[in-house]
Design a protein around this ligand. Structure first.
Ligand code: 26Q
Length: 797
């Protein structure tokens, strides 16, 4: 890479001056960033070529991870860390008077995802490359990532995100590998040598142009590829008006859709999905055929994984290629397809399962539609054999029904593996949501508990803690995160406690600085940094957190003797633009913040902070500074959660429900080292099935609950009018679907337990350290090894 600081400095200065035609003293930080990025990309290009050559010549099985989202965040710092040259560059640049961390901050996050699902895809790419596994990402090069959020007068305002504003040093356009994708038109059938054949005619063709980004493994020579497709007009004549055609074409990769499951199917989103799938499969098959003879062996050399149902059209698209272009029989094509494709489900919310109306689907994708119908008919016929006469069951399970195509059903029927993302989630899929399918295909269902890359979320995000860990147990944990368990020996070590406390303090200072700069609020470094950062959703229950804050505020106001351990409540959350309820909660958090932060009575005890535009790079600042991690979803609703793992790895304690991966975190750390509360998933599901919960009872029987609920509508918040009526109604008129009132007392008791532990700093640090020590299991390296061994069948090159 760079053999010495001196060599690096020489090359860097030369590059910088050549690129911009001025003396380096005169360059801007942005220019310094671009020069460094280019140098790094060039420096790894030979490894990139060699990795690809090795994959070709050894013919190892490759996995392609198809995802509509890749939430990468910033890449420069991470790439330097993975190349093992971060320290060298930092020092060398320092000697030139350049601050590397400032340079890093010039980079705009690649925010090509909404939240958990997209970030998971990014963590997986890092683990694949770091484990030397032949795995590649396939996605869309959105011109605009997830919207930028501004808070104006307490309300969320969305602005178009512009990550490509200054160009993207990490991408290489591969114009020679562009692919044509066809929409609309009709299908003609005809016979060739007695075989029924199909031709897609009068289609509108657009061009998919790949932009490749290198995925650099940690201290290894492997450089894998993330291929992002850009939609462009095809350079040949169409009968369309040129301007309209250009505009409509480019629209396909223009925007990432915000996660809005209430939104009725938008045709452009379906176009995006097929665009991703058709271009990715074309390039996968093209590369397979270059080096292999027989398409019937595809699944021995290629695994295709679909990240939720968004890329599920990979199933009918692969069928189309095998049938129409490779001339396989239906049965041959189906066998290859199901053996090639595997599927991860990320939600149990049945209303969130994707369904597309046939009347939208059929005209846009006429040949794919025919194939889906045929898959459905054959599947229903099989069901009829298995369950003769059971019309209800067959109707429930059908892929196409009531004018809707159910994408999850297509995914299950067309793949050989279906996994959930935490034990409880996989169990709920098997026993409830997808029970009918589990009965038919019991061996297809499995669990792969999520993980996060400890390289970004500990090594890179928290260098202070990483150094402390390495000084204590050596550096093996970086390659083998399970080695973090050796920290358990330090759980009672007072000198380690001391150092850990200093690290936390340092990180709290950094965050406090950011808070001051962005909001003007000054926070108490000795207070508990109590953090809930994640997408805003009713089921994630930011409202429960807010009600607890209001409850504490009321107590402080009512009782002049009441004391509490000082807390800084920190929130970060984007709401989908059309999700009105979620937006009300944002306004509520900001109203509570105004009230609390301007009241001298409560000032010694609490501050409330809403940090706008929560995203990967902000998470990297917040998580290392956190004392208490809020993971308080209604049990059964959060498939896994991954923020919970990031906080744990950075030594925060979790207050959480028995939901998603919280349950496995509790198993790992032991019940003394996590604070849990609330209904269990079983109880929640029982209430949904059998009834028996009346939110009004809680309202009537608990004075303090009644007070906070009334404060939504009784003028307690100045100048908000009837702003919070919707929240009020959701609790009392719609019977509190997410059990906020039901769980509030138990949550409040759990928070008292948090205080009790925090007052005994020894005990707090002991628990923190055990959390870090047990976090190795939640590295995405473990997750990816399981996918690789149990689903994809990859071997290390
Ligand atoms: C749907 C329709 C229209 C437009 C967008 C969408 C859409 C987009 C994104 C629906 C869902 C998503 C993302 C879902 C997601 O992030 N799920 C989370 O996945 C994590 C990784 O497995 C889990 O840890 C979380 O529990 C789960 O909520």
């Amino acid at each position: 890479m760079f053999s010495s600081k001196e060599q690096f400095k020489r090359r860097y200065l030369q590059r910088l001056e050549m690129m911009y035609g001025k003396r380096f003293e005169d360059t801007t930080v942005m220019e310094q960033y671009h020069a460094l990025g280019q140098l790094v990309r060039e420096a790894i290009s030979s490894r990139w070529i060699e990795t690809n050559e090795a994959y070709r010549t050894t013919k190892q099985k490759q996995v392609y991870y198809l995802s509509i989202e890749f939430l990468l965040g910033r890449l420069l710092g991470n790439n330097l860390v993975n190349l093992g040259v971060y320290g060298l560059c930092e020092e060398a640049l320092g000697e030139l008077g350049i601050n590397l961390s400032e340079v890093e901050q010039c980079e705009i996050d690649a925010g090509l995802g909404n939240g958990g699902l997209g970030r998971l895809a990014a963590c997986f790419l890092d683990s694949l490359a770091s484990l030397d596994l032949p795995g590649h990402g396939c996605g869309i090069r959105y011109k605009h990532g997830l919207f930028d959020q501004k808070i104006v007068n307490g309300y969320q305002v969305e602005l178009p995100e512009q990550w490509l504003r200054h160009g993207n040093v990490w991408e290489v356009k591969r114009a020679d590998k562009a692919v044509q994708v066809r929409f609309w038109g009709e299908v003609e059938t005809y016979y060739v040598k007695g075989r029924l054949s199909f031709k897609h005619v009068n289609a509108e063709t657009i061009l998919a142009v790949p932009y490749d980004m290198p995925v650099i493994g940690y201290e290894t020579n492997t450089v894998n590829t993330l291929r992002l497709w850009n939609a462009e007009p095809a350079p040949f004549p169409t009968n369309r008006d040129a301007l309209t055609y250009k505009r409509e074409t480019e629209a396909v990769s223009e925007f990432l859709y915000p996660d809005d499951t209430n939104d009725e199917g938008k045709i452009l989103r379906l176009k995006q999905q097929y665009f991703l799938v058709a271009s990715s499969l074309h390039s996968i098959i093209r590369s397979y055929k270059k080096h292999h003879e027989d398409i019937q062996h595809l699944h021995e050399y290629v695994a295709i994984h679909i990240n939720d149902t968004h890329p599920v059209l990979a199933i009918p698209e692969l069928m189309r290629i095998l049938l129409d272009e490779e001339n396989l029989s239906w049965d041959e094509a189906w066998s290859v397809t199901t053996k090639t494709i595997s599927y991860t489900n990320h939600t149990t919310l049945s209303e969130a399962l994707e369904k597309w109306p046939e009347h939208i689907f059929k005209p846009l994708l006429p040949r794919i539609y025919m194939i889906v119908k045929e898959v459905n008919e054959r599947f229903c016929r099989e069901l009829w054999e298995l369950y003769p006469g059971e019309w209800d069951r067959i109707e429930r399970m059908a892929i196409v029904s009531h004018g809707l195509i159910r994408m999850a059903h297509l995914a299950i029927v067309g793949s050989h593996s279906i996994n959930g993302v935490a034990k409880i989630h996989s169990d709920i899929l098997k026993m409830r949501e997808m029970k009918d399918f589990y009965d038919v295909y019991p061996t297809r269902f499995n669990n792969k508990t999520n993980g996060i890359t400890h390289r970004r979320w500990l090594l890179k995000a928290n260098p202070e803690l990483s150094t402390l860990i390495s000084e204590s147990i050596g550096t093996d944990w970086i390659r083998s995160p399970m080695e973090l368990r050796m920290l358990e020996a330090y759980a009672d070590d007072s000198s380690f406690h001391h150092s850990f406390q200093a690290v936390k303090k340092k990180r709290k200072e950094i965050l406090a600085h950011r808070i001051k700069q962005q909001t003007g609020i000054v926070v108490d470094l000795d207070s508990i940094f109590d953090v809930q950062v994640k997408r805003l959703h009713a089921y994630k229950r930011q409202l429960l957190n807010v009600f607890h804050i209001m409850y504490l505020y009321n107590r402080l106001k009512e009782d002049s003797d009441f004391e509490m351990v000082p807390r800084t409540f920190i929130f970060g959350a984007k709401a989908s633009p059309g999700y009105h309820y979620a937006k009300k909660i944002i306004k509520l958090i900001n109203s509570v913040a105004d009230k609390v932060n301007s009241d001298p009575r409560v000032a010694p005890y609490m501050k409330v902070v809403f940090l706008e535009n929560y995203r990967v790079s902000l998470a990297e600042e917040i998580i290392p500074a956190t004392d208490l991690s809020e993971q308080i979803s209604t049990a059964s609703k959060e498939a896994s959660g991954t923020g919970n793992m990031k906080f744990m790895m950075n030594g925060a304690l979790t207050i959480g429900t028995l939901d998603g991966a919280n349950i496995e975190i509790r198993e790992a750390v032991g019940e003394d080292n996590i604070i849990t509360f609330g209904l269990t998933a079983e109880q929640v599901l029982h209430y949904y099935q059998k009834g028996g919960y009346t939110s009004l009872d809680y309202y009537h029987h608990h004075k303090s609950i009644q007070t906070v609920v009334e404060q939504l509508v009784n003028g307690f918040f100045p100048n908000v009018g009837s702003e919070f009526e919707m929240i009020y109604d959701s609790l009392l008129e719609q019977n509190d679907e997410f059990f906020v009132l039901k769980d509030l007392s138990s949550y409040s008791l759990a928070q008292q337990e948090v205080e009790r532990v925090y007052r005994d700093q020894r005990s707090w640090y002991q628990k923190s350290i055990i959390n870090i020590a047990k976090s190795g299991y939640f590295s995405s390296d473990r997750t990816i090894k399981q996918y690789s061994d149990e689903i994809w069948g990859l071997s290390i090159r």
